[in-house]
Design a protein around this ligand. Sequence first.
Ligand SMILES: [Zn+2]
Length: 339
Amino acid sequence: MADGAFTYADGRVEPGETRNLRYAISETYLGEPVQLPVTIRNGAQPGPTVFLSAAIHGDELNGIEVVRTVAQDWPDANLHGTLVCLPVLNVPGFIAQQRYLPVYDRDLNRSFPGSETGTSADRMAARLYAEFIEPCDYGLDFHTSTRGRTNMLHVRADMDDPDVARLARAFGSNVIIDGAGPSGSLRGAACEGGTPTITVEMGQAHRFERGFIDRALDGVASVLAEYDCHPAEPVRWPGWRTVVSRDQKTWLRADAGGIVEMLQDRGDLVREGDVVCTITNPFKTETVRVTAPFDGLLVGVLENPVVYPGNPLCHLVELDEPTIRAYERARNGTLPKRP
Ligand SMILES: [Zn+2]
């Protein structure tokens, strides 16, 4: 992009230009193109190229509205650099309103960086990776919880990589879960390929949740401020923050099948020994109480009230005492100053 234009196989987008395009990444059984909706916003001023993507799991909708809003509704003035907006990555899954690609239930988010000669999923991944991910300097990939569960807004990022850590902090979430992206994931492949990328998790599948969408838009503005893409916007400090390592989190799983009453919500603080939920049989004659094994925050909880033994009930991350105090001050409206 020496001349400032964003180029892809079918064309180029000049500085100061915004283009909505439909990019063919596969073909249907009828031989018609499967087209990826893409908006390229190339700012009048030079700067980094950032991708924003959503619905790589086809039923995870909150991020679609975040990416569409950035693509269509944000003012052009003062944009330094280029935004590559990909509101629906998994087009066949989105049309079917399901998580995976409908053919053999393949997970598009385990197919990266893909292959031009592989499965249909591999080929889709390879095309969209080469055209719209690889040319970017940074990326944000938006997800929700899997169907039947919900989670609070949080970021997942490989904090061992300083470029990824900078991006993760810039988003301004309270919780960052540290770890490399799974093998074959868009995040993992992009980070390995030289495009520092984070995932943002928020809410539940099959819904637009306005509160999360608005907070994520604040996060995007904060990231763009960090990299001087939108120089007028301030970088956001969330009031308190915890970076959670692999050994500071656990999934509480059901040890009995039954009907679940969830007593806590996503984002709630629980103390060791607090009852998080109960599991009862159909007659309410047996009750299993599920308790928190340590002080922490419920990042994700079950919404669907039925479980088999082994099903996840909630995702709990450990908080230390200073973070708990900051969390409580934030809840009381007395936010601490930025350290
Ligand atoms: Zn997902």
